[in-house]
Design a protein around this ligand. Structure first.
Ligand code: SAM
Length: 338
C-alpha cells in the first residue's frame, strides 16, 4: 500500500509496510537525520554550483530535499539513479507532487557503478546502500571530484562493530573490537577502508563529519588530491588495542560540526559538536568502570565533567555511548575522583 509522508520540506509518496529491502521501493523514516545532516553539510560547505549524484536514490526523498532545502546556487545538476524501474517511476511521481520541474534534475535507471563510471564526475556523491557500501566504493572514489564530498553509509554494523569478526576481515581488511568502543572502532575501520580505495588513485579522503547511530555508520569525506596528502593519510592507519588497522585521525571538522549543530539544535548534534573539539580516540564507559572497580555510587555526569575540567583536562560526552565520557584524564586520576 502507498502512503504520503512529509520529511523536511519534501512530501513523498512511499510504500507502507515493514521496513525491509523487500518493499517495492525503499523508504526508511529512521534515516531522516541521515538525510538532514546531508542537507546541513551541503549548506555549510563553501561550495556552490555543485554537480550532485545520488546513485542509490530509491524514493528520491534525499534528492527532493536537496532541491527544496539547499540554498540557491548550490545545485548545478542533480542526478538520481536507481536500478529499480519502480523506484524511477516513484521518483518521477514524487518530483511532480513537489512541483519540481527543474532542468537541473535528471533520472537514470542503471546499475549504480555503470551510472557513476559513465559520468564525468561529481562534487557530491552519496552512497546509501543496503548493508555494505563495498560494491560501490571503487566507482564512487574514481568519480568524486577534487574538493568534492563523498558520503558513505554502512548498515552492516554486525561486521564493523565486532559481532562477525571474520566478515569484518573479509569486507574491511581489519579486526573489530567487541568492547564499549566497538562503534567508534567500527567507524574508523570503515573510514580506513574507504581511504585505501582512494589511495590507489592518489585521492586523500579526509573525514569531515562522521557518526554511528542505531543500525548504521555514516561518514562524509573531503577529497583532496596528491601523493603527499595520501601518504599523510596512510601514516594515520594503525592498530588500536586488539583491533585494526583503523583510521587514527580526525572524525570531524570542528567548524563544520559547530555549523551543523547551529542548523539543527538537537542533543545528538550538540554532543558531536562538543566531542569534535577533542582530537583523541576513545572514551571511558563510566558505568563499566563503576562495575569493574566496585564503585558503589555512579557519579553524576555533570559533577564529574566539572571536576575533570577543574583539574585542567579536556572532557565531553560522546555520541557513541550515553555512558561514555571522552577525556584525556589518566584512568587512575579518574578513578580517584569517582
Ligand atoms: C537503502 S536504499 C537507498 C535509500 C535512499 N538513498 C534514501 O535516502 O531514501 C538502496 C537503493 O539502492 C538501490 N540499489 C541496490 N543495488 C543497486 C545497484 N547495484 N545499482 C543501482 N541501484 C541499486 C535499491 O533499489 C534501493 O532503492
Amino acid at each position: 500500500m502507498e502512503d504520503y509522508i512529509t520529511e523536511g520540506k519534501a512530501k513523498i509518496k512511499s510504500y507502507q509496510g515493514k521496513i525491509s529491502k523487500k518493499l517495492p521501493v525503499f523508504y526508511n523514516p529512521v534515516m531522516e537525520l541521515n538525510r538532514s545532516i546531508s542537507v546541513h553539510i551541503l549548506n555549510s560547505i563553501d561550495k556552490n554550483n555543485m554537480q550532485i549524484a545520488l546513485p542509490l536514490a530509491a524514493s528520491g526523498v534525499r534528492g527532493i530535499r536537496f532541491l527544496k532545502e539547499l540554498k540557491k546556487r548550490k545545485i548545478k545538476t542533480l542526478e538520481m539513479n536507481d536500478h529499480s524501474p519502480e523506484a524511477i517511476s516513484l521518483i518521477e511521481n514524487n518530483l511532480e507532487i513537489n512541483n519540481i520541474k527543474s532542468n537541473k534534475v535528471s533520472l537514470h535507471n542503471k546499475d549504480a557503478n555503470i551510472f557513476l563510471l559513465e559520468s564525468n564526475g561529481f562534487d557530491y556523491i552519496d552512497i546509501d546502500p543496503f548493508g555494505t557500501p563495498n560494491p560501490f566504493l571503487d566507482s564512487a572514489v574514481k568519480r568524486i571530484a577534487r574538493d568534492g564530498i563523498l558520503a558513505v553509509t554502512a548498515t552492516d554494523t554486525g561486521a564493523l562493530a565486532g559481532s562477525f569478526p571474520k566478515a569484518c576481515k573479509r569486507k574491511y581488511f581489519a579486526k573489530p573490537l567487541k568492547n564499549e568502543l566497538k562503534h567508534e572502532i567500527g567507524l574508523r575501520i570503515l573510514i580506513r577502508k574507504i581511504q585505501l580505495m582512494g589511495a590507489q588513485y592518489e585521492k586523500a579522503l579526509i573525514p569531515v563529519f562522521s557518526y554511528a547511530k542505531e543500525h548504521y555508520m555514516r561518514v562524509f569525506l573531503k577529497c583532496e588530491k596528491g601523493k603527499k596528502k595520501v601518504d599523510e593519510i596512510i601514516k594515520k592507519h594503525d592498530f588500536y588495542q586488539d583491533s585494526g588497522p583503523i583510521w587514527l585521525g580526525q572524525l570531524w571538522d570542528k567548524k563544520l560540526a559547530d555549523n551543523i549543530y547551529k542548523q539543527e539544535k538537537t542533543d545528538f548534534l550538540k554532543t558531536i559538536r562538543d566531542e569534535a573539539k577533542l582530537d583523541f580516540l576513545g572514551f571511558y564507559d563510566i558505568h563499566n568502570l563503576c562495575k569493574k572497580y566496585k564503585i558503589k555510587q555512579t557519579p553524576r555526569f555533570e559533577d564529574l565533567i566539572k571536576k575533570i575540567k577543574k583539574e585542567g583536562y579536556k572532557v565531553s560526552r560522546t555520541h557513541f555511548k550515553s555512558e561514555g565520557l571522552k577525556t584525556n584524564i589518566p584512568l587512575q586520576k579518574l578513578l580517584q575522583m569517582m
